[in-house]
Ligand binder design. Sequence first.
Ligand code: SF4
Ligand code: SF4
Length: 384
Amino acid sequence: MRLRKHVKEAGRKIREIRMFARAMQSDSHPILVQMVPIRRCNLDCSYCNEYDKVSNPVPLDVLLGRIDRLGELGATIITLSGGEPTLHPDLDAIIRRIRERGAIATLITNGLLLTPERIERLNQAGLDYLQISIDNVRPDDVSKKSLQVLDLKLRWLAEHAEFGVTINSVLGAGVRYPQDALAVSRRARELGFSSTVGILHDHTGQLTPLSGEQQQVYEQFRARKSSLFSFAHFDSFQDNVSRGLSTEWHCRAGGRFLYICEDGLVHYCSQQRGRPGIPLEQYTVDDLRREAARVKGCAPFCTISCVHQTAMLDDFRERPRETLAGILDRRRAVDPAFQPPALVGMLSWMFLDDRRRGFFGKVLLNALGIKSKRAARAAGTTGR
Ligand code: SF4
Ligand code: SF4
């Protein structure tokens, strides 16, 4: 089991590098797609506007068709969210199809329905990552996603999961005891999981600044070391969000990030539903390009960190030297002894120099079996 887990982990890292290389080569495929297989949820967190109590699961054949279409558009990561996706009776088949389409498969769940047997089936299906948000230590009227309720599930995950597990703790409006976020994070690390902190947004995805005590807790998270793809910790967006400040950035939702609702419509994100509101089966590379380029008025105070993270990949592609230097400078302002993870060091050496970028870009893509843009155009296989 341990060996199999390590082998799977190595495979995931290779596919992450592949995702990164592809994001560096192409400016118009979706890097990250969030897809809703069921809108129903078995909880009712008071801050949430993303669930109902009545919806049926989206039929399997419909979901498989959507995944195939996302594969044609070149999506590299597909995240299943909800509602509560583990309520879908065909979850394993959905994950399997995501993997067959070459994308990284991730799942956001409240964890309530996890059992050793359910975790085994997620292993078999090929799930890459699972994320649980834990809002407090003890359940209250805001949220039942509590360490006390979920600790047994976390132990089962530690024992059985062959996929990566991230525990997200939260700060912001509605969080009564900010210190709970640290307790959640400590427990996550004890069990060998990654730990992140998210800042709760209001019902439109916009910002509420952290209180003094919450800000102190956030600073403790910020001072910690993190892994290569945990950009949030390197990220000036999060710092501004925590202080209630606006951020200048270009949101590429509708292009690099897609939110596919249960009706199969493409939206910018969970908080901007209805725009552009085009059915996925009609969505084209032109739509991806147009919407990625569109300036969104909600961007300055947006808190949707996964869209910020995809934007960072584009910043890196367009201005690698400045983006990486900015990330490292910010990190060293918090921790002067900070050394970037080895993989970041290697990638920066490969991609920061113009000559090396061309050479290693081709080598990496060939090694990973990805066609370059020029080769793909010559073969007439893609508009990306
Ligand atoms: S568990 Fe998640 S989807 Fe369900 S109500 Fe809470 S935040 Fe919303
Ligand atoms: S800026 Fe982008 S990600 Fe943020 S709320 Fe607006 S559309 Fe959504």
